[in-house]
Design a protein around this ligand. Structure first.
Ligand SMILES: [Zn+2]
Length: 416
């Protein structure tokens, strides 16, 4: 989840899609993908480590089975486009936007996150011929062989766990296999990369969160965490860690991106950096654009608003986009971040987590239907078929296996 400035202005994080609706007014020119590259893309197991699509599962009139388009409703992932783009599965995110660090705030966040987990289960249950929940690397392979899409679950922002670490077992029980401690703002567990440090890394409770993640077999995800948190996670985790949707600071200097030293640090510890399609260049809006967006007033709520209201609002944003076009990164920028990271850490430590439905998508890389272009570019850059397979899933599943093997052996008593 990486909320655009526009979405923040709209006052409804869940409506990030509306902001992007008009950006696809003209279909982008497509990179040609050769038959051989397309065949390779189909052959390898592919996953994305950060799919924010669960935000749409409860939208009235919206179905994961229908083909949608960025132009119409701003969404980037559904079953037909998973097939079009050759995406076999991924980590579907239980994201909770940071709020109050109080008993009441924790309670609301907990209920919100548990409800989101339920919505993921409901989507899978409603389409059990097309999707299946996955809990371990072997599940991904098996589900793929059965011609279904595998659905891992991850948590973005552990705020919903409050100060009760037994909730980690609850979420593990619900199937969560990866979790990040923090989002845009500091919380009870850790400092955010986009906030002023208060803990200078993990809090004391956050250190127990980390140990409990190791004990349960939940992959630690450091995307959004401060540099100190990244360093401490690498040093203290008993198993490799992941950055589920991050990028190279050498390509664009932003607090959400990782410098070469930290890319290497994560890789040296066996971890994987999955490349984001956000924070690739300075896309700050002009004052005129900001004022025009603000003048639109609040966006309709994605769950209580009608589809007509949401579409009408997206059209208003489209008009603003025509008058004051947003500055956007391109597929070239995404590839620059991916290829730079590959150069720094090698093909055994890179994955793909483009933040689809969470603010991701760039010019010429608007939704998951464009994924085969990445495979073509990797081949053009000289990477082998085995490298491509490792980048698309092998590396992440390797870490997942290590994390789960450790938990199976650890058998330590649960945290109180
Ligand atoms: Zn995010």
């Amino acid at each position: 989840m990486a909320r655009s400035l526009t979405a923040a202005l709209l006052g409804s994080a869940a409506l990030a899609f509306a902001a992007s609706a008009a950006w696809a007014a003209e279909p982008p020119a497509k990179d040609a993908v050769s038959k051989a590259d397309r065949a390779l893309h189909e052959r390898v197991l592919t996953l994305d480590t950060h799919l924010d699509t669960p935000e749409h599962f409860a939208r009235r009139g919206w179905s994961m089975i229908d083909r949608h388009s960025v132009a119409e409703d701003g969404t980037q992932v559904d079953w037909p486009r998973m097939n079009a783009g050759g995406l076999d599965g991924g980590f579907f995110v239980i994201y909770t936007g940071q709020g109050e660090l109080s008993a009441e705030g924790y309670r609301k966040a907990r209920d919100f996150a548990l409800n989101r987990a339920t919505e993921i289960r409901e989507m899978v249950a409603a389409h059990s011929d097309k999707f299946e929940l996955a809990y371990a690397p072997a599940d991904a392979e098996r589900i793929n062989k059965a011609s279904k899409k595998f659905v891992f679950q991850s948590i973005e922002n552990s705020w919903p766990m409050g100060e009760d670490l037994t909730l980690m077992q609850t979420f593990y029980g619900a199937g969560v296999r990866m979790a990040g401690p923090v989002h845009f703002r500091n919380n009870q567990f850790a400092d955010s990369s986009t906030d002023k440090p208060i803990w200078h890394g993990f809090s004391p409770l956050g250190l127990r969160w980390l140990a409990e993640a190791n004990r349960l077999g939940i992959i630690i995800d450091v995307s959004h965490a401060s540099d100190d948190v990244v360093d401490q996670a690498v040093a203290l985790s008993k198993v490799p860690i992941i950055a589920s949707h991050s990028g190279a600071k050498a390509v664009y200097d932003h607090p959400r991106n990782l410098d070469d030293g930290r890319l290497k640090k994560i890789a040296d510890a066996g971890g994987v950096i999955c490349i984001n399609s956000v924070y690739l260049k300075n896309t700050a809006a002009s004052p005129e654009r900001l004022a025009a967006l603000k003048a639109l007033g609040p966006a309709p709520d994605s769950e209580t608003g009608t589809e007509a209201e949401i579409v009408a609002y997206a059209k208003k944003i489209a008009a603003v986009n025509v008058k004051y076009p947003p500055v956007r990164a391109t597929f070239e920028d995404f590839m620059a971040s991916l290829l730079h990271t590959l150069k720094v850490v090698g093909p055994q430590h890179v994955g793909i987590g483009a933040d689809w439905d969470g603010g991701g998508g760039v010019v010429d890389f608007e939704d998951i239907a464009d994924l085969p272009k990445v495979t073509a570019r990797l081949k053009a850059a000289g990477y082998t078929d085995a490298d491509v397979a490792a980048i698309w899933s092998g590396n992440v599943l390797r870490v997942m296996q290590q994390v789960q093997d450790y938990a199976a052996k650890a058998k330590t008593p649960p945290a109180g």
